[in-house]
Ligand binder design. Structure first.
Ligand code: UDP
Length: 244
């Protein structure tokens, strides 16, 4: 497979992990052993000399939409979902610090005794000092997702790419689960993702990346060592980027 020309030029990236990957093989919650393995991936990325921002979802614990479907007020559910992302961020911070990676958690919903509030200039300083910054609580607003939170922080922090680690190794023309003839794209435009409603990230997140020319690299986080491979351009992946 051809190397993406921009891969070696990344200086600062944002890695977005869905909450579900923290479950490991469980059906719910956080598997500390699996979080430790993910932390190794983050450490490997850091050791290539990159500045690393992290956003972790909350779907392993709570999603507002799911709560609303069962009668909970949607806004309340969304705030619960955002709180779930803070738990995941703390679990990841713990795992990273156990292997010697300095981190700071910054939450879009201030909670002074738990972590820092989100302050862009302070986050900038942390990154310059070689710390991994974990952005928690999404955008801080209901009716958004952590994908959009990730795109927003990637834009604010001037990240060169948004790496989206999922359970699938890229973007396919149809769901590869149950469709053996599904074809994976090596590259695809933001426009095609939006017009074909391909399941990469939600439309707001994709549009935000398009407006700010931030490539989205979709890859499987389930495969050990894959973050480092993505950074070398050696992974099976799909890059969502501009173009006609
Ligand atoms: N959420 C929100 N605003 C945000 C980010 C997240 O309301 O800016 C809530 C929303 O309820 C969402 C939940 O937090 O379902 C967990 O985030 P998400 O579903 O994005 O997690 P992931 O699918 O990545 O695990």
């Amino acid at each position: 497979m051809t190397l993406p020309a921009s891969a070696p030029d990344y200086k600062r990236i944002l890695l977005k992990l869905s909450g579900e990957v923290l479950m490991g093989e469980q059906d719910y919650g956080i598997d500390p052993a699996y979080v430790a393995r993910l932390a190794e991936e983050v450490k490997a990325a850091k050791e290539t000399g990159l500045e690393v921002c992290l956003v972790i979802g909350g779907g392993n614990i709570f999603r507002g939409v799911a709560g609303a479907a069962r009668g909970l007020d949607r806004t309340t559910g969304d705030y619960m979902g955002m709180l779930a992302t803070v738990m995941n961020a703390l679990a990841m911070q713990n795992a990273l610090e156990q292997i010697g990676v300095q981190t700071r958690v910054q939450s879009a919903i201030p909670m002074a005794s738990v972590c820092e509030p989100y302050i862009r200039r302070r986050a900038e300083r942390h990154l310059q000092k070689g710390r991994v910054v974990i952005f928690a609580a999404g955008t801080g607003n209901p009716f958004f997702t952590t994908d959009t939170g990730a795109a927003l922080r990637a834009a604010e922090m001037g990240c060169d790419a948004l790496l989206k680690g999922t359970s699938v190794d890229g973007v396919y023309d149809k769901d590869p689960k149950g469709n053996p003839d599904a074809v994976r794209f090596d590259t695809i435009t933001y426009g095609q993702v939006l017009s074909d409603n391909l399941k990469v990230m939600d439309a707001t997140a994709v549009a935000l990346c398009r407006e700010n020319s931030i490539p989205i690299v979709v890859f499987s986080i389930r495969e050990r060592g894959n973050v480092a491979k993505v950074l070398k351009g050696e992974s099976v992946q799909t890059i969502v980027q501009g173009g006609s």
